[in-house]
Ligand binder design. Structure first.
Ligand SMILES: *Cc1c(COP(=O)(O)O)cnc(C)c1O
Length: 360
């Protein structure tokens, strides 16, 4: 057992079983005589790992054949640019919902490539809610509608899939992909950096409907072209092989744990418990509107910044790490991704109760 509970927002805790398996296979993968790290990405062994990873992801999310799955580099941040470069085509405008820091970054990057139409923004309310869908104003000339399904910093999560009215729906699902079943057919494109919920940093998953990747903006470099990545099965250049393998181990673990329904149950149970502990106390507070609260990232504050510091340092002494809130918002943030054991949440809550008894 690892000696700490890691609540970091990303890179984040991985299932212990995955790390053990990676350790056991590190020097000699399946009698190949080599580590996965050393293998040619075009050799039979690695190609089998890559194919298995793709088919497990297809199975878990029930992804139809008309969607391509890409395993890329550059993080979700590269996708902020790749999405408009590949999907704007001759439209010159795209729709964005602005619900927090990650939406803002996606918007800033898209503005380099097209006009950005803000469909709705919760900036006025300090990003503590999701604007009601019937107040949205979608530009019918936009190439697509983009949103961020879970705002990792603000702790705000969509509990519904937006209706994009025949327009391709694009989502940054970096911090809640594979945390619950979804209907893939509602989406044109899904992207997610792996290091939050599905693996290590350095690899990014893109799931895109094939008909959407016909035409890039002129001048788009090959490495930013979805079509070229799709045609080369994500091996346009040397892919991040070890990260790809680790992501595959996480997918196998999710399947063994009972799939996405099981992940959803666990996430709901853990986050309900932590929110109740916050709401029942007079020391801790979460600023997010209840119906928009994230099951993955739970920010909270104490009564005063100096107490935040005391809480964080005492927590660290007790083996609860990665709890510091994002530098933009401060406070405390507990990230409860799929790999978080129930025990960690129970013990964190017990620590919070004890801390409040002494300092509350
Ligand atoms: C972490 C995060 C990103 C940035 O991911 P990188 O892989 O570091 O580029 C983008 N969007 C969301 C929602 C995130 O949580």
């Amino acid at each position: 057992m690892s000696s700490v509970f890691n609540f970091s927002a990303g890179p984040s805790t991985l299932p212990e079983a995955v790390l053990q398996k990676a350790r056991d296979e590190l020097l000699d993968w399946h009698d190949s005589g080599m580590s996965v790290i050393e293998m040619s990405h075009r050799g039979k062994a690695f190609v089998s790992i890559a194919k298995k990873t793709e088919s497990d992801l297809r199975e878990l999310l029930n992804i139809a054949d008309n969607y391509k799955i890409l395993f890329l580099q550059g993080g979700a941040t590269s996708q902020f640019a790749m999405v408009p470069m590949n999907l704007v085509s001759d439209k010159n405008c795209a729709n964005y919902v602005c619900t927090g820091a990650w939406s803002q970054k996606a918007i800033a990057e898209a503005k380099r490539f097209c006009d950005v139409h803000i469909v709705s923004s919760s900036a006025q309310g300090a990003f503590s809610s999701i604007p009601l869908e019937d107040t949205w104003n979608i530009d019918a000339d936009g190439a697509y509608l983009h949103y961020t399904s879970n705002e990792t910093i603000g702790g705000v999560e969509f509990q519904f899939v937006p209706n994009s009215k025949d327009m391709p729906l694009v989502v940054d699902m970096s911090s809640n992909i594979l945390s619950r079943p979804i209907d893939i057919n509602k989406f044109g494109l899904i992207y997610a950096g792996a290091q939050k919920n599905i693996g290590p940093s350095g690899i990014t998953v893109v799931i895109v409907r094939e008909d959407l990747i016909e035409k890039t903006l002129s001048g788009t470099p090959s490495m930013f072209d979805y079509r070229q990545h799709a045609e080369s099965e994500s091996m346009l250049n040397t892919p991040p092989t070890f990260n790809w393998y680790l992501l595959g181990l996480v997918l196998e673990w999710i399947k063994a744990e009972g799939g996405l329904e099981s992940m959803e149950r666990r996430n709901k149970n853990q986050s309900d418990k932590l929110y109740s502990a916050i709401d029942d106390s007079s020391l801790y507070a979460n600023p997010v509107k209840r119906s928009c609260r994230s099951r993955m990232n739970i920010p909270f504050t104490l009564a005063g910044e100096s107490l935040d510091e005391k809480f964080l340092s005492d927590a660290e002494d007790e083996g609860f790490v990665g709890l510091k809130g994002h530098r933009l918002v401060g406070g405390v943030r507990a990230s409860l991704y799929n790999a978080m054991p129930d025990e960690a949440v129970d013990e964190l809550i017990a620590f919070m109760v004890e801390f409040e008894r002494i300092y509350g």
